[in-house]
Design a protein around this ligand. Structure first.
Ligand code: CP
Ligand code: NVA
Length: 306
């Protein structure tokens, strides 16, 4: 059956565990120096409408490690412009590649691409969500904490695409999720209703108080205050979110927590240098795991079993 991963809840908890098992297995072998060509000749098409380092480079490296190849398709392809319809683009691209990763400005562009594609489409970030990020982050926490059940992830800052995906994957894997954000930057009512419908028993809490949010947390997480595409709102966002900076004083309230950030970071805004570079920070490990988990996801979607 053709599977697209457009939102994190396109995977069940059981399927996420299957992806993590493959990821762990391939990560262990990678660390031993083994890069088994499980999928020779398979091609990943990477359609990107926004800048990227981690998602682009980690997917491309992962596909090469698997014995296949990756093709970066940037703005020069005319994707999602008047050059041709997204549906025509998807129908044709599906003839050349085995799987597609798409990063789009608008979430419905990825939905339209997937609807027209005859190969799996994976969301590599949209304005609505960032499923691959949240999967890699929970994999990172699982590696560090052993088990996630009952632990708290406190997200401090803008209730954005990354926060939304973390809330869903935390809910799926039994982790408590707390969002500390000012009014106007919390989840919207539609998303709250959606969370309640897909994860009725999940512990997902919102507060305006960052200190309360991080108390007892196993992970303190933040992301930029101004996401790609929101640049015209920068001044308003900085003013509202300034009290939500993750600094040493806030992190002292969660001495056992790891600090996470999806990156890229704007140091001095949502996070201070001493936190980013401090002993609680796992941001580089987190970025490294993007490759391991996406490799597991690619292998899973192409039919590999652990
Ligand atoms: N975290 C993340 O997705 O980074 P990029 O925007 O560099 O891909
Ligand atoms: N919220 C950020 C995440 C970047 C990986 C953005 O959308 O720009």
């Amino acid at each position: 059956m053709l599977r697209h991963i457009i939102v994190p809840e396109d995977l069940t908890a059981h399927e996420i565990e299957a992806v993590f098992a493959i990821s762990r297995d391939l990560e262990t072998r990678f660390e031993e120096g083994l890069r088994e060509p499980l999928f020779p000749g398979r091609v990943l098409g990477m359609v990107f409408e926004k800048p990227s380092l981690r998602t682009r480079a980690s997917f491309e490296a992962a596909m090469i490690h698997l014995g296949g190849g990756a093709m970066f398709l940037g703005q020069e392809t005319g994707f999602s412009t008047s050059r041709e319809s997204v549906a025509d683009f998807g129908r044709v691209l599906s003839e050349y590649v085995d799987v597609v990763v798409c990063r789009s400005k608008r979430h419905d562009t990825i939905e339209a691409l997937a609807a027209a594609s005859s190969v799996p489409v994976i969301n590599g970030l949209s304005d609505a969500c960032h499923p691959c990020q949240a999967l890699a982050d929970l994999y990172t926490l699982r590696e560090r904490l052993g088990s996630l059940g009952g632990e708290t992830l406190a997200f401090v800052g803008d209730g954005n695409n990354v926060a939304r995906s973390l809330a869903v994957v935390c809910g799926l894997l039994g982790m408590r999720f707390v969002l500390a954000a000012p009014e106007g930057f919390q989840f919207d009512d539609d998303f709250r209703r959606h969370l309640r419908s897909i994860l009725p028993g999940a512990a997902i809490v919102e507060t305006t108080d960052p200190a309360e949010a991080v108390e007892g947390a196993a992970c303190v997480y933040t992301d930029v205050w101004t996401s790609m595409g929101q640049e015209s709102e920068r001044a308003r966002r900085e003013a509202a979110l300034r009290p939500y900076q993750v600094d040493a004083a806030l992190l002292r309230r969660a001495p056992d927590a790891v600090f996470m950030h999806c990156l890229p970071a704007r140091r001095g805004e949502e996070v201070t240098d001493d936190v980013m570079d401090g002993p609680q920070s796992v941001v580089v490990d987190q970025a490294a795991n993007r490759m391991h988990v996406q490799k597991g996801l690619l292998a899973w979607i192409l039919g590999h079993q652990a």
